[in-house]
Design a protein around this ligand. Sequence first.
Ligand SMILES: Nc1nc2c(ncn2[C@@H]2O[C@H](COP(=O)(O)OP(=O)(O)OP(=O)(O)O)[C@@H](O)[C@H]2O)c(=O)[nH]1
Length: 338
Amino acid sequence: MEAFVPRQVYPNLSSIPRSYYLGHHAAGLSKMRSLVSQIDLVIECRDYRTPIVSRNPLFEANLGERPRLIVYTKQDLGSNSTSEDRKRENTIRKWDAPSTSLFTDIKSRSTISKVLDFARAHANHSTSLFGTRLMVVGMPNVGKSSLLNALRNVSLGKKKAARTGDQPGVTRKIGTSVKIIEGDEGREGVYVLDTPGVFVPYVPDAESMLKLALCGSVKDTIIPPTTIADYLLFHLNLNDPTLYNMFSGPTNDIFVVLEALARKQGRLKKGGLPDFESSALQFVQRWRSGQMGRFILDTVTEDALTKRLELLTSYGGSLHQARKAAKQLRKEAYLGGG
Ligand SMILES: Nc1nc2c(ncn2[C@@H]2O[C@H](COP(=O)(O)OP(=O)(O)OP(=O)(O)O)[C@@H](O)[C@H]2O)c(=O)[nH]1
């Protein structure tokens, strides 16, 4: 039998939309800008699995006047706690310096405590009697509201304050601030403001859009689920082609995997034909919930960020282009919100 050879490069699909910058993203950003002067620290969340493509330059451009803490969320979905993972995290820290970067998993108290320690230290330096105000920002679905809830729970033992969900756009508006650290010595505590996710203005290449879709920053109705599943298969094969052996042996054909999954789970349409769409969503969901391997999607090397920034600059991905592309997307009746 011939050895299995995974695809090394994913095709550049021209059918993939390159924008998802929606009306409520622009409105949210503008509101954040109007509030930023009252904020002591901005916590910018990025997805651990996409430390490059989930960076949104709009935050630096609009909120950059305030000190920033960068939090890479969902570490549990991308890290196996190996020396390779730690090495990668160090490279990311270097990219972000002089800002501090932390890596969190909402189920790990120790990772959440590090964010609380940082916030506490920041508050201790503040001379304000009115408390310290933090603002959590980030791309859709990176886990901002979950982080807020985890901070509040670990620090104060209190229940969920912000609504969370597995699709982007659950938080639509900036709400009221939530206390996460009790005040002392006559001083008010530390409060956090949750904000709606804001998508990057324009995505320079189809593969970046697929990464963001696979991690859930784009509604699952925008890109065909079988395409997202195929992109996941590409990564599974590069990492370990046995990760989906509950469905099929190693293959580069997503329909072979989806047909096996459909038959195993009874996801069949009239005439016993496999329901590829629902099987694709199920396949992707399995990975998103950490049941099919933990790995990251971006390639992290010392110079990867510089190269990305050069690409973005040469491309000139402006807000004007973003608006034009978003309008086009709406015209094509893709949008169901989110
Ligand atoms: N495994 C894992 N899942 C997480 C973590 N943080 C958040 N999630 C999940 O990610 C999904 C999105 O979380 P939210 O907190 O709603 O994300 P958000 O950034 O507030 O989303 P928007 O409403 O789009 O702004 C939810 O299903 C969370 O349970 C994490 O550390 N680990």
